[in-house]
Design a protein around this ligand. Structure first.
Ligand code: AMP
Length: 554
């Protein structure tokens, strides 16, 4: 497929508003693609270059993109940034810049140059190849190399291609195609059950691969297995109550809710790796956890658990363990300073067998048989009083609360459902994405002083609140450091930010409000902490906000 064709399809989809129409358009395209273009198209159309499990990350911030655009235009970097600020979108800005360039070349004198410049038409696989090359260039020294690769892409792009190329480089295509739409389109294109597509996606964590399986037929989809060293998304929890959980399910399992960091441990023979909640490989930062878990099993396994930091047998605040996950240097000393303790609560794979479809109660039995130690203790009961006791014990021991799990439930990667319920004393905090900021005032004039936050609605981000309190000067300086490379555009005192950072915020009440896009707003929002263990996909949904609003009204 030519990249020009891909851009044309994106433009067509961008004009549509209904999910059904989008599904229809995409499914028609999918059914005509060959095995090279199919997986790439499926990834690209959702605005992602690589599948979530892949260790490859593109890592192009707005600054590098702006440098690359500057190299292909006659103007300065400030002109480029000015154009982006005016249009509020790097894609539209690049399109306009390339249009101007094309116009300039329309003079007869420039005709020969024009043919030379547009002689090389981009195709999808070639774009993917270059992006893969960019992702493989780790480290600072490679900026120059990355820059020339990006420049070579733009050099061969038409204005419309430029629009989608720029957005693809920011991994935000802005055409509204979420995972749900693409899954439905795959099912439709190859006449297979959408539930099988969903299930295969949960196991493989790779939409491109799932599309290829769907092309082979339903039995290929059904026959998927989890693979070691190919991490799957973590199963997630909803808020709940002890009484509600027992009313609905009868007997349930209760475990402490540990306030640490989620991990997925993969081991085959002597080889093992640990992945963070965002599926990053953090093995090198956590040699002690690897050692502990390797020592507790002789089997080939994929385990799911939470690792906490401890001192004198007491849990430390969750930031302490996060420091360990982030650590790149001085890991030896850090191991002594911050001691870690893993608690394993699930098993997804054992000696070649995929376990995610087994009921939790059976997975738990396999877990107990495979691991000699470090399994999270559990109480199984239908007595609210007994479970309340476990909850109080957990809090008294310094943990965060309680997790209640439905015994018959499969392991559903990436799904936040009713099969795992979390119970915490203070439920009034939300995890939200930072999508904008405003420069501070007075002594805070050189950093951002307030932030615009969003929740997610069907894969799109929608603004919900600003937060300006709860920050120390030191935190604001750190946040500026984290965010300054991710400014997409600026107007007056406000900046638009590339969404990647998650804040946990407290609030006193959710109100209906016309001030924000989503129709709700937070009363007295305050910053609690940075959740850099969480990604944009983990933030609160608009449905969750509505539910809290209704619950609060009652
Ligand atoms: P939250 O981060 O508030 O959405 O709560 C869910 C998180 O609690 C999970 O993603 C885990 O990181 C963590 N957690 C702590 N203890 C457990 C447990 N026993 N079972 C499952 N998740 C747990």
């Amino acid at each position: 497929m030519k990249f020009a064709e891909f851009a044309r399809i994106c433009e067509e989809i961008e004009r549509l508003s209904g999910r059904l129409e989008m599904t229809e358009v995409i499914s028609r395209v999918l059914s005509g693609l060959d095995e090279i273009d199919l997986p790439i198209f499926v990834q690209f159309v959702t605005g992602k270059i690589f599948p979530d499990w892949s260790p490859l990350k593109l890592g192009i911030g707005p600054n590098l993109l702006y440098d690359a655009i500057t190299l292909i235009v006659d103007g300065t970097r400030d002109d480029v940034i000015g154009e982006i600020n005016r249009r509020g979108d790097a894609g539209l800005a690049v399109q306009a810049i390339l249009e101007q360039k094309k116009m300039a070349r329309r003079s007869p004198r420039a005709a020969t140059i024009q043919t030379a410049l547009f002689s090389q038409e981009l195709d999808l696989a070639e774009v993917y190849g270059k992006l893969e090359k960019i992702a493989r260039q780790g480290g600072r020294a490679s900026q120059q190399e990355k820059l020339s690769l990006i420049q070579s892409l733009f050099q061969n792009a038409s204005p419309l291609e430029g629009r989608y190329l720029a957005r693809l480089l920011m991994e935000d295509l802005r055409i509204g195609v979420g995972e749900g739409t693409i899954r439905d389109a795959i099912a439709r294109a190859f006449s297979v059950d959408p539930r099988e597509v969903e299930h295969a996606y949960q196991a493989r964590n790779d939409l491109g691969e799932v599309a290829m399986l769907a092309r082979l037929g339903e039995s290929a989809l059904r026959n998927v297995h989890i693979m070691p060293f190919h991490p799957v998304k973590m199963m997630l929890a909803q808020q709940g109550t002890i009484a509600g959980a027992i009313d609905e399910n009868g007997t349930v399992a209760a475990e402490y809710k540990y306030d640490g960091s989620r991990f997925q441990f993969h081991k085959v023979g002597d080889e093992s790796r640990i992945y963070s909640r965002k599926l990053e490989d953090v093995t090198d930062a956590l040699p002690d956890v690897t050692r502990i878990l390797e020592g507790a099993t002789t089997h080939d396994v994929i385990l799911d658990g939470e690792v906490i930091a401890v001192r004198d047998g007491k849990p430390l605040p969750f930031q302490a363990v996060l420091r360990r996950f982030r650590r790149k240097h001085g890991i030896e000393e850090m191991q002594k300073e911050v001691r870690v303790q893993p608690f394993v609560f699930d098993i997804l794979y054992l000696d070649g067998e995929t376990l995610i479809d087994l009921p939790f109660i059976e997975r738990r039995a396999r877990l107990m048989s495979a691991l000699s130690d470090h399994v999270a203790p559990q109480v199984v009961s239908d007595d609210p009083g007994e479970i309340e006791k476990v909850y109080q014990e957990s809090l008294a021991a310094g943990h965060e609360g309680l997790m209640i799990k439905v015994l018959s439930s499969p392991y559903t990667p990436g799904i936040r459902g009713k099969n795992w319920l979390k119970i915490k004393p203070s439920v009034d905090t939300l995890d939200l994405a930072v999508i904008g900021a405003e420069w501070g005032e007075g002594k805070r004039a050189h950093v951002f002083g307030s932030f615009l936050l969003a929740c997610q609605d069907q894969g799109e981000l929608t603004a919900l609140s600003k937060v300006a309190t709860g920050f120390s000067d030191e935190q604001l300086a750190d946040l500026y450091e984290l965010l300054s490379d991710h400014v997409l555009s600026e107007s007056g005192k406000e900046v638009n930010l590339e969404p990647f950072l998650v804040f946990e915020v407290g609030y006193s009440e959710i109100q209906e409000s016309p001030n924000y896009e989503c129709g709700y707003a937070l009363r007295f929002p305050r910053f609690i902490r940075l959740r850099d263990d969480k990604g944009i996909a983990d933030i609160e949904t608009l449905d969750g906000i509505k539910e809290r609003y209704l619950r609060q009204k009652k």
